[in-house]
Write a protein that binds this ligand. Sequence first.
Ligand SMILES: NC(=O)c1ccc[n+]([C@@H]2O[C@H](COP(=O)([O-])OP(=O)(O)OC[C@H]3O[C@@H](n4cnc5c(N)ncnc54)[C@H](O)[C@@H]3O)[C@@H](O)[C@H]2O)c1
Length: 306
Amino acid sequence: MAENSPAPTLPVPPVGVVGLGQLGGSLAAALAAAGRPVSGWDVDPAAREAAAARGVTITREFTGVVVLAVPLPVMATALDGLTVDPAATVTDLGSVKAPVLRELTPALGTRFVGGHPMCGTERSGHAAVDPELFRGARWAVCLEPDTDLTRWLRVAEVALEVGAEVVPATAAEHDAAVAAVSHVPHLLAAALARAAADAGPLALSLGAGSFRDGTRVIGSDPRFVTAMVEANAGPVVDALARVRAQLDHPWPELVASGHAVVTRQSGRRTVRVPLERAALLALGRAGGAVTRRLAAFVEGWMPESG
Ligand SMILES: NC(=O)c1ccc[n+]([C@@H]2O[C@H](COP(=O)([O-])OP(=O)(O)OC[C@H]3O[C@@H](n4cnc5c(N)ncnc54)[C@H](O)[C@@H]3O)[C@@H](O)[C@H]2O)c1
């Protein structure tokens, strides 16, 4: 087989999605629209009905790749009462990875491969479903020392199928990274909103673009934000300390260095990476991502300074 032909080695497994809210409903709808057999379950009958209307088979029996798309506090019990094929690969969409790995490994062992799509909005529930949600998004798929690469690929293929780019990372690396770019921004948005409110109604009435952009994410359900930052407390404390240290720099220096990060131009170089843990993790650490699976490689890109 030519090395750049798509790899047909494994039959495409069906996908089951547990939790059909914003993230799970969007994934199930996108897969159904792509023609992949997809089934799902949600404790909320309205979420089940909405998913069924988009072509998702509603069932409590799952096989293939099972995706847990439930809130973090119920991740460990989401499969209770459901029948899952013992050969199935289980993944999740949770916003933290090390705690979910710790919770699910005793029951699932290496059948579990954690994941986290870096998309979603401040809305929640099945009314927020958008089958295009994942297009162009980065989707972390975790590679631990004992991760089964065939299962990792099955999860990565689900992400690629709905238009995401796969970022290989360990759970610990993922949690440190998202503390900096997601969890701390939620806390800063809350602090900014609270401080502006304390400044009085005039301040709030004059708040425009920069205030709106800086506080948007704290419009999310407070239960969701609290569960996320508390589950990742250690890395969030470290990332917050780095923000505090930045605020001690002279303002001209701080503004110039922050501006340089956000406006930095960088190109992309196409790369092929062997299906091997160290090489995949090196791609993720360099800021690159996988965009396609080939026969013996994955194809993706690495950033390169312009
Ligand atoms: N919203 C985001 O921006 C975002 C982004 C990336 C990842 N995530 C993660 O995705 C997961 C889902 O988030 P969401 O935003 O889709 O939440 P959501 O509230 O929109 O949907 C969660 C769904 O799970 C269902 N549910 C709850 N308990 C269940 C159970 N035991 N069995 C079956 N269904 C159950 C709810 O009825 C709901 O429909 C969370 O783990 C979250 O950390 C969210």
